[in-house]
Design a protein around this ligand. Sequence first.
Ligand code: 3PG
Length: 408
Amino acid sequence: MWYNIRVMKINTLDRAKKLSGKRVLVRADFNVPIKNGKIQETYKIEQGLPTINFLVQAGAKVIIMSHLGRPNGPDKTLSLKPVAKSLEKLFGKKINFFSVGDKEINGKKLLDKFVDKIKSLPNGSVTLLENIRFIKGEEKNDSKVAKALASLGEIFVLDGFAVAHRDSASVSGVAKYLPSYAGLLMEKELSGLSRLTDKPKRPFAAVIGGAKMETKIPLIKKLLPKVDCILLGGGIVNTCLWAKGYKVGGSLIEKKYKKEALAYLKNRKIIMPVDVVIGDARGKKVYTAKIDNKFKISDKNLAIYDIGPETITRYAKILKNAETLAWNGALGMFEQSPYHWGSYSIARIFAARAKGKEFGVAGGGETVEIVKKLKLTEEIDLVSTGGGAMLEFLSGKILPGAKAVAKK
Ligand code: 3PG
């Protein structure tokens, strides 16, 4: 099947024929949070399973590449070994774990030896390579690295949507040398996100939280013509209030975005909170304040940490009426009670409406964390694995990964 995703036609996995016995190189994104060698959250790995299963069922010899973190050369703390274990548990099948590093990339004989090893594995075998970012030149899309990686497989499948915005050797580089397809996750993400940008059903309500204006401004700009409203929350609200001249105490603000904040606030589609929760970082001294002429936080030890109850009610009314819903970014500092209320309430309201007749997409690191914590993943049409990739896609950028698996 061909999908018309934005202006591109994507080569989907069901077009790959005669997979039995073929070496299929898969770029996944298993960049999961790890603390002291322990995986904190497996959502990205779980989402990668359908493609692996598909290939295994078809009798392919699967070789998976992924990155973990942002290493500067080989780094034991960022090894994918724990991911291999987790994958083995989730997949219920043995996962081979091999390291292809600079030595193999630069030495044809070593690389050939490795290919022979893969060839000797039975059909349906799955191999995970060590953190692909341990290889010098991977992130810079060095053509030598791309070519060497491509020689490991006969077909390339890009499934890690979350890394599709990176122009790396293992993402877009290898696609130059092999027939390339979008994996099932990649296809699901691209077609789901396209439903937000291509003729979305109205009313279309977007919730945008989080703190980084740098990533939210292009998103707001691109979404504004498509949506009926954007409900704001999180740290970006602080900058908006400060830009309007309010005293916001010790709240996190980004002064350099004052002009943009003021410009967007003039737009009728942008909905600001009507009240906020103020307190100290430890959640001890907490109170709610309406945003009116008297609004002022003079104490530098106090800051805005969440949207208030009246805002939640107001946002709920809008979301309950929406036909298309999108959410990116926490509404407050949800890690610290009681500042989780805004994000948790909106998550529940959002999930109640984001599947079935209506269509909903939630995405971004913190958003996924909240959705997972509240066990709402199944209640939302698409919980995107992409943080930066989702933002870049919705901001109108062509992702190098999507281009790599597009019709040539
Ligand atoms: C992510 O976590 O957003 C992706 O895995 C991409 O990681 P990166 O920002 O380090 O490229």
